[in-house]
Design a protein around this ligand. Structure first.
Ligand code: AMO
Length: 431
């Protein structure tokens, strides 16, 4: 059959009665009643019912087989009056084996097994909806940065050193030299601001050799990194992040209505995202019975709790927690002049989980070197990093935002593995 005549289901459903059409896709469901067969045919745009009279071999079709079908469009018998295809001819392109390794109908399969069979799992419209939304979030991010004049950069993922404290490195044998998979484009994005681009962003893979078996950690994730120069302070960065969040959510609401409905998710564009100092956050938490020390980071429980408090007080699902303790931040974060125990940094918490970290960076070489010493980092050992600050470097800052976490929090998914097609974690290296 002539595939060049193929039309998508969503277009076919809008056609006038008696139009001749050719469709192709997966057999979602087959129901046989005497010499009548009813087939639900699914393609990337929707589901169409095919009514087949006298095609007796159709009753032997297996679910998820691929067929091409042609016929005429008629108003259906269902109350909704949705159009049907009265079958005239069909071709079996590929017969699916039975039984399917996962249950696409009752959805009883556990996530781990679903991921083992991800290409089948994604045929479930509830699952593909997540990835259509993820794609929109990605596109909205690119559009936002372009319209704001940021330059897209692509930086090496095989590196000689890392700069993130706490995030472990995956070692690579690079022609008998030690190398590492990139744990962040931190060095390079700062380098490209100093290079004169001033505003840069990168969306790319980030590798973390963390043996964290949690619902929010992966060993490989997609990082959205942004860096900009000539900032007044870290508030300039938060302003951009706030606009980015509003833009992403607005675009998702406008362009993913169908997918959001399938997932039963209602999104709200935040008005103003509160910015609350860590010290104050800890007092707010203490009032609710969660006590943290001055130097503590927020743990997962604290993030959930502060999100709840902020939601109640400010009716906002986001919160910037600012002024993180120096002891918990990497050497390149700037400290304010009047308090050397804190940093000009922040985390963005969305629906109870940290999705981004950002800061103003220390651009003054002597102070940066000293900060490196305090953290036990020898700047000379990070090839090329020193020089960024020696030959004209403006004030600058930026963020790292996890795309997978962002989508997880946007859609309130229980596990980050639901928002990435093929996750990598300490126990998973396939498919
Ligand atoms: P950080 O290490 O906090 O900061 O990472 C930034 C964001 O990346 C995401 N993320 C992860 N997502 C999934 N699995 C993980 N194991 C994981 N680790 C981090 C989170 C996190 O907020 N260079 C700094 C950023 C900067 O200051 O510009 C950095 O990498 O969403």
């Amino acid at each position: 059959m002539d595939l060049s005549k193929r039309e998508y289901v969503n277009e076919v459903l809008k056609k006038k009665d008696d139009s001749k059409v050719l469709v192709a896709g997966w057999v979602q469901k087959i129901k046989s009643m005497g010499n009548l067969n009813f087939i639900d045919l699914r393609d990337r745009t929707g589901v169409l019912q095919i009514v087949a009279k006298g095609f007796n071999d159709l009753s032997k079709l297996t679910p998820e087989s691929v067929i091409v079908a042609s016929g005429v469009i008629k108003k259906g018998q269902k109350k909704s009056g949705e159009k049907e295809l009265i079958l005239e001819n069909y071709e079996l392109m590929n017969k699916a084996e039975t039984p399917l390794p996962i249950d696409l109908v009752q959805e009883t399969t556990q996530l781990d097994k679903r991921i083992n069979n991800r290409f089948l799992d994604v045929r479930n419209p509830k699952v593909s909806a997540i990835f259509k939304i993820r794609s929109e979030v990605f596109k909205a991010t690119v559009d936002f940065f372009s319209k704001e004049g940021f330059i897209n950069i692509n930086t090496p993922k095989i590196t000689s050193a890392g700069v993130e404290s706490g995030a472990e490195l995956f070692e690579v044998n690079y022609f008998n030299k030690k190398a590492y998979l990139s744990q962040s484009p931190q060095i390079y994005k700062q380098m490209m601001v100093a290079a004169g681009f001033e505003k840069v962003y990168e969306i790319g893979p980030v590798f973390r050799a963390e043996k964290s078996r949690t619902v929010r950690h992966l060993t490989e994730f997609t990082g959205i990194d942004m860096e900009m120069g000539f900032i007044k302070d870290e508030n300039d960065i938060m302003d951009v992040v706030e606009e980015l969040m509003k833009y992403i959510i607005k675009r998702t609401i406008n362009n993913c209505k169908y997918e959001l409905d399938i997932l039963n998710v209602k999104l709200e564009i935040p008005q103003n995202i509160p910015r609350i100092k860590m010290k104050e956050v800890k007092l707010m938490l203490e009032k609710e019975g969660k006590k943290l020390k001055e130097d503590d980071d927020l743990d997962a429980e604290a993030e959930k709790l502060i999100a709840k408090i902020v939601k109640k007080k400010h009716n906002c699902e986001f919160v910037f927690v600012t002024d993180y303790p120096w002891s918990k931040r990497p050497f390149y974060h700037m400290k304010p002049e009047n308090n050397k125990n804190i940093t000009r940094s922040f985390d963005l918490i969305f629906n109870g989980t940290e999705i981004a970290t950002g800061a103003q960076r220390e651009h003054r070489y002597n102070i940066l070197k000293q900060q490196g010493k305090e953290k036990g980092v020898n700047l000379d050992s990070i090839k090329g990093y020193n020089d960024i600050f020696r030959f004209g470097c403006p004030t600058h800052g930026g963020i790292g935002l996890g795309l997978d976490r962002m989508v997880q929090c946007l859609l309130k998914l229980e596990n980050i593995r639901e928002s990435i097609l093929l996750p990598r974690d300490p126990d998973r290296l396939t498919p």
